[in-house]
Design a protein around this ligand. Structure first.
Ligand SMILES: *[C@@H]1O[C@H](CO)[C@@H](O)[C@H](O)[C@H]1NC(C)=O
Length: 373
């Protein structure tokens, strides 16, 4: 009991301190209207906890339904979770998913880790990031190939280096048959970022030309939600180093990016980027950054992108999509508020079935971070 109480308090304080948003919770909030339930803690802590919770709710508009359900479920805390939480803060949203977190930390130290990468993914997507460390050996492929390609567009990748058991597809061919646009088909990937078909396109040679003309060298960049890192692959051929944030939603995006010789960062959109201030020449936001992200969360994302960009660096929204009316009323002002110079700003209707149904538009914008005046 003492442990539970102490841990709850610790986690709540950590939540206030880090104020990390969870997309999952923001979206699930919409469906729930239950009122807060008291935690099973002594009186002298209840008031404190409620104040903290009220602050959290105010700050993030989160609803403490998960915390309430935690109090209903009696969970014994794995000893390694108690140990870890004594010397490292656990990200705010972890405590709102105690069942998942406890399952994740319930393992035998110093032996093989359980096969539970889907659990890690689920926690990260709920805003529980960074995950606690574990003292176990992560699963490795049984028969990895040592012949790794130098070329990021190599026509075949050693599939035996991927642990397929956690995915419904058991090979790259299966993923390509499922959908050739997922990013796993090199013959499809090699066509990307090089051609100008509509105003929404910004081919890489043109991007480099723009930067060069402005005396702004591009050496280092970040691709947000970059799938199998095809943008990084193409930029590598121009000697530009990119790191790519990517999740593993049902397919081995991180593994494939790495097999292509490109750096995958396994971080969700609501995570503060593990990159220092003002060090990036370029940040690209692809499709993953779109109207499905709650606006408040998007604000935090944009300002974090601004933080990591250097003065004179470029922020590129590549096919951002939203409802037409929201672009004018919401997203344009949000982007404009950053005070960046508009190098390119192109919009067009999104003409696929979802786009037509919802009155959606695309925006491609290239913006340059200004020199402070
Ligand atoms: C990239 O660097 C290599 C080695 O320095 C050089 O040979 C090549 O021409 C460069 N490629 C481009 C597109 O600048």
């Amino acid at each position: 009991m003492g442990f539970t109480m102490g841990l709850n308090l610790l986690l709540l304080v950590a939540m206030v301190a880090t104020n990390i948003l969870s997309l999952y919770h923001l979206s699930s909030t919409l469906q729930s209207t239950k009122s807060p339930v008291s935690q099973p803690v002594p009186d002298h802590l209840i008031r404190q906890l409620q104040t903290i919770r009220a602050t959290i709710n105010h700050l993030t508009r989160l609803h403490p339904t998960a915390a309430a359900s935690a109090s209903k479920t009696k969970l014994s805390i794995p000893s390694d979770l108690v140990l870890y939480s004594q010397f490292s803060p656990i990200a705010s949203s972890c405590h709102t998913n105690p069942e998942l977190l406890h399952k994740f930390m319930n393992y035998t130290p110093f032996s093989s880790c359980p096969s539970d990468s889907d659990l890690a993914e689920a926690l990260i997507l709920r805003g529980c990031h960074p995950l606690p460390r574990r003292r176990c050996f992560a699963k490795t492929p049984q028969k990895p190939s040592s012949s790794l390609p130098q070329n990021p567009f190599a026509s075949s990748l050693p599939e035996s280096n991927i642990i397929w058991e956690k995915y419904s597809c058991k090979g790259l061919g299966c993923l390509n048959r499922l959908n050739p646009n997922l990013g796993f088909d090199p013959s499809h990937e090699i066509t990307k970022f090089m051609t100008f078909k509509t105003e929404l396109d910004l081919p890489i040679p043109q991007l480099l030309q723009i930067a060069k003309a402005a005396n702004s060298v591009l050496r280092l960049g970040l691709d947000i939600g970059g799938g199998t890192a095809t943008f990084a692959a193409r930029m590598k051929l121009y000697n530009v180093t990119m790191v790519t944030t990517t999740m593993n939603l049902g397919a081995p995006y991180n593994e494939v990016a790495a097999l292509r010789g490109l750096v995958p960062l396994h971080v969700p959109l609501q995570q503060r980027l593990p990159i220092f201030d003002g060090v990036m020449d370029l940040v690209r936001c692809g499709h993953a950054v779109n109207r499905w992200i709650p606006v408040k969360s998007m604000e935090f994302l944009f300002y974090d992108l601004d933080r990591v960009l250097r003065v004179g660096g470029y922020l590129w929204f590549d096919h951002f999509f939203s409802k037409g009316v929201d672009l004018d009323k919401l997203y344009s002002p949000l982007i404009t508020k950053l005070g960046y110079r508009k190098v390119k700003w192109a919009t067009a209707s999104k003409t696929d079935s979802g786009g037509l149904k919802n009155g959606e538009v695309y925006l491609t914008a290239l913006l340059q971070k200004p020199v402070p005046s």
